[in-house]
Design a protein around this ligand. Structure first.
Ligand code: AMP
Length: 216
């Protein structure tokens, strides 16, 4: 099964993908994670990506398409959950071409929906431990020790692109460049499934699981 998972930043794509890939035997490929790993490597490309991401802008299509094609090739014929890619119509067209060439078309596009106010509250409150990576939220899942990780004593930090002004940019980029991708998939005849992301995370997982089961 090959799925594209879409939705605005902060809709819970990463969390939901991580919960579902094992159950359905899929490999989770998150373009944001792949870019953050490149950034962490300190490479020249990583430095360029870091600048773009810190501004909340989109990485140029040529770079995205090349990096994701490599990652998809490494997965081979196994099931796939693409998270954060494609984000532009040009990327969607390139993905279609790659999958067609491999004889492995998409089974569905799952869109998690959420409203802007909710997104800003969710993203700007996210924190992660700089030492062990444990995730927190200042309102919904605070550390018992404030700015200190309650698992390992590390300091909690906010991702550069989780600051409010950047989140607003990311939302604008989503509306301008990524919402047309959903329209592209609808007109190309792909199966587009919408899941209400304003529910509790467990309810979203249940809806997504039901949608994926219907594809098996
Ligand atoms: P994410 O973790 O999916 O929110 O991605 C973090 C950042 O990585 C985004 O704000 C973009 O700067 C960049 N990015 C991730 N995926 C893509 C993509 N498919 N196309 C362009 N930029 C992307």
């Amino acid at each position: 099964m090959r799925i594209v998972l879409m939705g605005p930043p902060g809709a819970g794509k990463g969390t939901q993908a991580a919960r579902l890939v094992e159950t359905f035997g899929l490999k989770h490929l998150s373009s944001g994670d792949i870019f953050r790993a490149e950034k962490a490597s300190g490479s020249q490309l990583g430095k360029k990506l870091a600048e773009i991401m810190a501004a909340g802008a989109l990485v140029p299509d040529e770079i995205v398409v090349e990096m994701m094609a490599k990652a998809i090739a490494a997965v081979g014929d196994d099931g796939l959950m693409l998270d954060g890619f494609p984000r532009t119509v040009a990327q969607a067209e390139a993905l279609d071409a790659t999958l067609k060439q491999n004889g492995t078309p998409l089974n569905a596009v799952v869109v998690i929906t959420a409203d802007d106010g909710e997104i800003v509250e969710r993203i700007t409150g996210r924190r992660a431990c700089g030492s062990c990576g444990k995730g927190f939220h200042v309102k919904f899942m605070p550390s018992a020790r404030g700015d200190i990780c309650d698992a390992c004593d590390g300091a909690l930090t906010q991702r550069d692109d989780d600051r409010e002004e950047v989140v607003r940019e990311r939302l604008a980029a989503y509306k301008k460049q990524t919402e047309p991708v959903i329209a592209y998939y609808r007109t190309s005849g792909a199966k587009v499934i919408e899941v209400n992301g304003s529910q509790s995370p467990d309810a979203v997982t249940a809806d997504m699981a039901a949608a994926l089961r219907s594809l098996e």
